[in-house]
Write a protein that binds this ligand. Structure first.
Ligand code: GLU
Length: 522
């Protein structure tokens, strides 16, 4: 890419320009990441600009969500609200005076004009054009109002908007990814650029800010391609230079269908709550439109900076595959040390009411996300003590299969319950009869009962049970081990029965086998 070779380090200025009308969603997170990578790659500056001109829909809580999301992902920006910089303020709602100056200039030069048409008039004209098969555009009824008419209307407090006198021409621009793109502005019509002098709209404010903030490259989603020719014409009218453009591919759902509403509006922070790791999400977002080739899929933020290149951004739509995200998250979970993973899982176990911290009994404390939590817990249902070490041993059984922290409770809840809720059918392995199940459960209790507490390890348990399986004369170990695993966990899938039995301890293991027997009717 010739243009990029000419870039001098430090020269690049890119911006992330979210409208705080909803939470920080996946689409914006992807745009933010690509801007970040571009800035880092070329030692440029990353700016966060809050596009909050739509005062009705913009909310502070969404701005907060966006900034928290960026912080969580580790996408640090050098200029923006709360960070500042030479070109602030960085909220459009705080830049009204700047826009007013430009609007006034455009008015004085008659490049924009007052339009007093009522919504009914506009609607009628629109319907008329549609009825004769023409694309709707403004009639230009107010384009040539006399000074006197304008003054009169303003004096009478007639409501108005400001429209841009669109020139009719071919607008060509170069997209760094897609090459030359051409639009015929004839179809645009005289668009509204401000609701009034104090309320300019996105296209205009964006052009002004990109210029004032010395933005060199605009990297944003493909859905903004149609805005680009309009913004170029506005810049031309203002006599200002435009940045270079790069439009990232659209994000589709599986089957190439439009991304579901749920996924489109889901906050990045919800992923955090569900127990996704920011490293996994970054890795996942990078692969939404950036194709490194060579089948490599695991990338840290640092390796992304090193390997990122515009040439490898794909033009065709990117597919959002939640299973891929789970797979990546599982990968990063497996890289965690067990004590860290346990710390990460504990809040989920507490939230789902399986355990609670018993602070008053505990002398040792542990820091978790800045809060002191105990190393001693108790099961909510039975009040039995559970130490951090015990939790670690339970979680160890599931580290390999855990995809996100929020799944942990469902996987290990049976360790903390007195009575398991499952159907007797679960105890049946293949074609076993009820008598056979009962017999197997009987044998299991007798054999395990003989094992001393001191020998209660998965190794010893395994040995005596495999011996028992041999005595039963069944080739298929499931005949013995399935009913045991089902009796201990109450689940169709779980860790192996020896490991579970070891962690449950002798008494509970025997108790669960007894309860399983009770379920079997003969
Ligand atoms: N505020 C616009 C948006 O959130 C920004 C578009 C742009 O990058 O120009 O879609």
């Amino acid at each position: 890419m010739e243009e990029l070779k000419l870039i001098r380090p430090g020269e690049i200025r890119v911006r992330m320009a979210p409208s705080p009308t909803g939470p920080m969603h996946l689409g914006f997170a992807r745009t933010a990441l690509f801007n970040y990578l571009f800035a880092e790659k070329y030692q440029g500056t990353l700016i966060l600009r809050i596009d909050d001109t739509d005062i009705q829909r913009s909310q502070k809580k969404w701005e907060k969500d966006i900034i928290e999301g960026l912080n969580w992902l580790g996408l640090e920006f050098q200029e923006g609200p709360g960070v500042d910089g030479k070109f602030g303020p960085y909220r459009q709602s705080e830049r009204k005076e700047i826009y007013q100056k430009y609007l006034q200039k455009l008015l004085d030069e008659k490049k924009i004009y007052y339009c007093f048409c009522s919504p009914e008039e506009l609607e009628a004209h629109r319907n008329y054009l549609l009825s004769i098969g023409q694309p709707p555009r403004y009639s230009e009824k107010c384009a040539e109002l006399s000074e006197r008419e304008i003054e009169e209307n303003l004096k009478n407090k007639k409501s108005y908007v400001l429209r841009f006198r669109m020139s009719s021409k071919k607008v060509r621009f170069k997209d760094l990814l897609r090459g030359e793109i051409e639009y015929d502005s004839q179809n645009f019509g005289d668009i509204v650029v401000a609701k009034n002098l104090a309320a300019p709209l996105y296209n205009l404010t964006s052009v002004i800010d990109d210029f004032e903030m010395k933005i060199t490259h605009i990297i944003r989603g493909e859905e903004h391609i149609p805005n680009t020719p309009i913004q170029i014409l506005l810049a031309e009218a203002l006599g200002i230079k435009t940045p270079q453009y790069l439009h990232l591919p659209l994000i589709f759902g599986l089957d190439r269908a439009k991304l579901s509403k749920r996924d489109r509006v889901k906050s990045i922070l919800e992923y955090k709550e569900e127990g996704y790791l920011s490293v996994a999400l970054i890795n996942f977002l990078a692969l939404l439109g950036w194709n490194p080739g060579a089948n490599k899929e695991i990338f840290s933020l640092l390796s992304l900076i090193q390997e990122f290149s515009v040439e490898k951004i794909q033009k065709s739509g990117a597919v959002f595959n939640p299973q891929k995200l789970d797979w990546l998250n599982g990968f990063y979970i497996r890289q965690k040390s067990l004590d860290k993973l346990t710390e990460d899982c504990i809040p989920y176990l507490i939230k789902t009411n399986l355990i609670k911290p018993c602070l008053e009994r505990d002398k040792h404390s542990l820091f978790y996300e800045g809060k002191v939590i105990t190393t001693k817990f108790e099961t909510t249902e039975t009040g039995e003590g559970v130490s951090f070490y015990e939790l670690m041993k339970i979680i160890d059984l599931y580290q390999a299969r855990l995809k996100k922290f929020s799944e942990i409770s469902e996987l290990i809840d049976f360790f903390f319950k007195k009575k398991l809720d499952y159907s007797s059918e679960l105890l049946r392995w293949k074609e076993m009869s009820n008598e056979e199940i009962k017999e197997v459960l009987d044998k299991l209790s007798k054999t395990l009962n003989k094992l001393e507490e001191t020998d209660w390890t998965k190794k010893e348990i395994g040995e005596v049970l495999l011996k028992l399986a041999g005595e039963l004369g069944k080739e298929d170990r499931g005949y013995l081990l399935w009913p045991l695993r089902a009796a201990l966990s109450g689940k169709t899938a779980s860790a192996g029965p020896f490991e579970i039995a070891e962690l449950l301890g002798k008494e509970k293991t025997l108790e669960r086998i007894r309860m399983a027997k009770e379920k079997i009717k003969i």
